[in-house]
Design a binder for this molecule. Structure first.
Ligand SMILES: *[C@@H]1O[C@H](CO)[C@@H](O)[C@H](O)[C@H]1NC(C)=O
Ligand SMILES: *[C@@H]1O[C@H](CO)[C@@H](O)[C@H](O)[C@H]1NC(C)=O
Ligand SMILES: *[C@@H]1O[C@H](CO)[C@@H](O)[C@H](O)[C@H]1NC(C)=O
Ligand SMILES: *[C@@H]1O[C@H](CO)[C@@H](O)[C@H](O)[C@H]1NC(C)=O
Ligand SMILES: *[C@@H]1O[C@H](CO)[C@@H](O)[C@H](O)[C@H]1NC(C)=O
Ligand SMILES: *[C@@H]1O[C@H](CO)[C@@H](O)[C@H](O)[C@H]1NC(C)=O
Ligand SMILES: *[C@@H]1O[C@H](CO)[C@@H](O)[C@H](O)[C@H]1NC(C)=O
Ligand SMILES: *[C@@H]1O[C@H](CO)[C@@H](O)[C@H](O)[C@H]1NC(C)=O
Ligand SMILES: *[C@@H]1O[C@H](CO)[C@@H](O)[C@H](O)[C@H]1NC(C)=O
Ligand SMILES: *[C@@H]1O[C@H](CO)[C@@H](O)[C@H](O)[C@H]1NC(C)=O
Length: 374
């Protein structure tokens, strides 16, 4: 008994105890303040007028060249093959366009019920993400919300060995008719194949789209802004990729960790020697799709899909405009990644998209929707 009293007394007088108490109170106070800040910061995409928003000058990843020709393309392809050490791999079956196989299921008629589609949305999605696909169908891919604009979506999947999951995917396909499954294992390291399958699918089944929007399934995009602001301004653009451009010579080639690249690939490089896009939301003009797909028939596989699809392939093709869309890093935490593009004409065009936590999806969406209506 005496022992216990002494112990409690000891605890109450110990510096550590009071330190922990003070620390906890501070954290609760700070956390509460932080939280209420977040709640008070109205997420206003159209009316965001904070003075610290910087307007950026035009940034083109690559200057259009008029003397572009086949020779340049051949040289670049040779360079890419050298850098990606294609030499030991002498057969075409390794090229991504050759590895996507037949479709397990697909719907070739997604874009065929009207003559012109405004946006075909290509969603890179993981087999298990039924809810994310469902919320995309209900929101920015729901064409009836944007009439008279025509929006279509195709969700790209690979195969899975889980038979119950496969059965569910078939059922989903029969219900919504908007999923496409390729004959490759759905794996993080196979996303390049998924992307190339998307190029092929658009080329074959949706050539009548004004823009191709590639997104990941954990993204929300302001389709209202795209339809009402982006579309009318950008319809005349040619050979252009809109994205957050990661410029030539600025991005590390990681040799360890999640983005590990084997040492025999880009052997003498510390940085990627070409520009590429952060791939979570990328808009392409449709004139590029076939060329990108053809380039994927000859350019060696590289597993990081953003680098391959929006870096290696455009580099090999050449003469492509990158239009840079800046991340707004000053936005509140969960809305950090709203995107604005700056065009050569110094016009800023909103292409708001956010890479987000599932819990924030509906808040963002309703905000976008209400701003559209006001
Ligand atoms: C934009 O370019 C102009 C002219 O080159 C330059 O004076 C200005 O400082 C630039 N602004 C930014 C934000 O880089
Ligand atoms: C990398 O450097 C080594 C040694 O200088 C050279 O032999 C090799 O060809 C280089 N590789 C590439 C892809 O440039
Ligand atoms: C291509 O490579 C694969 C795997 O190394 C091999 O199985 C196949 O026979 C090769 N095909 C040709 C035409 O060389
Ligand atoms: C893939 O490669 C094989 C042999 O290398 C070739 O016969 C076939 O036409 C290629 N398929 C495509 C879709 O390019
Ligand atoms: C899916 O689309 C295909 C091709 O248009 C059509 O034949 C099929 O009936 C559709 N299935 C459903 C369930 O709507
Ligand atoms: C698309 O929007 C319309 C109109 O708001 C709604 O009736 C329909 O249920 C939505 N579709 C989906 C798949 O949620
Ligand atoms: C990618 O898909 C191919 C074809 O199904 C498969 O052989 C390969 O193992 C897959 N890669 C990974 C990392 O799962
Ligand atoms: C890049 O975009 C501008 C503006 O639309 C266009 O004039 C130019 O032709 C494009 N460049 C190429 C290589 O197509
Ligand atoms: C990348 O940057 C290097 C050095 O600045 C330059 O030599 C090279 O031409 C650039 N490549 C492209 C595709 O812009
Ligand atoms: C995007 O650009 C437009 C036009 O300059 C501007 O009105 C808007 O506030 C910007 N939005 C964000 C989130 O930066």
């Amino acid at each position: 008994m005496k022992m216990a009293t002494r112990l409690i007394g000891g605890i109450l007088t110990s510096a550590t105890f009071w330190f922990i108490i003070i620390l906890s109170v501070t954290m609760i106070w700070y956390g509460g303040k932080h939280w209420s800040n977040r709640k008070n910061t109205a997420f206003s995409l159209f009316t965001w007028t904070r003075p610290y928003m910087t307007s950026k000058n035009i940034t083109l990843g690559e200057q259009p060249t008029n003397n572009y020709n086949d020779l340049m393309q051949q040289n670049r392809l040779a360079e890419v093959k050298r850098e990606f050490l294609d030499l030991s791999l002498t057969n075409e079956t390794m090229y991504p366009a050759n590895r996507t196989g037949n479709y397990i299921f697909s719907n070739p008629n997604v874009c065929k019920d009207v003559s012109n589609i405004d946006f075909i949305i290509i969603v890179h999605t993981a087999p298990t993400q039924f809810e994310r696909r469902q919320r995309i169908r209900a929101t920015f891919a729901n064409t009836s919300l944007f009439y008279p604009a025509q929006i279509r979506a195709a969700f790209l999947l690979g195969i899975t060995t889980d038979s119950k999951l496969t059965e569910m995917l078939w059922r989903e396909h029969r219900t919504y008719n908007d999923t496409v499954m390729g004959d490759f294992i759905d794996d993080y390291h196979n996303l390049t194949l998924k992307g190339v399958m998307g190029l092929r699918w658009v080329k074959d089944h949706c050539p009548n789209a004004a823009f191709v929007l590639k997104i990941d399934d954990d993204v929300v995009i302001n389709m209202f802004a795209l339809v009402h602001l982006f579309l009318p301004q950008m319809k005349a653009m040619k050979r252009t990729i809109f994205c957050m451009v990661l410029f030539n010579g600025t991005m590390f080639v990681h040799r360890t960790g999640k983005w590990k690249v084997d040492s025999h690939i880009l052997p003498n490089r510390t940085h990627y020697p070409f520009s590429y896009c952060t791939g979570f939301a990328v808009i392409l003009t449709p004139d590029l799709i076939n060329e990108l797909y053809q380039a994927a028939n000859v350019s060696p596989f590289f597993w990081i899909d953003d680098v391959y699809l929006f870096g290696v392939l455009p580099y090999v093709i050449g003469n492509i405009n990158f239009t840079h869309c800046e991340f707004n890093i000053f936005l509140p935490e969960s809305y950090k990644k709203a995107v604005n593009c700056t065009l050569p004409q110094k016009m800023a065009i909103p292409m708001f998209s956010l890479h987000l936590h599932d819990r924030d999806f509906w808040t963002c969406w309703y905000q976008m929707k209400s701003e559209q209506q006001s």
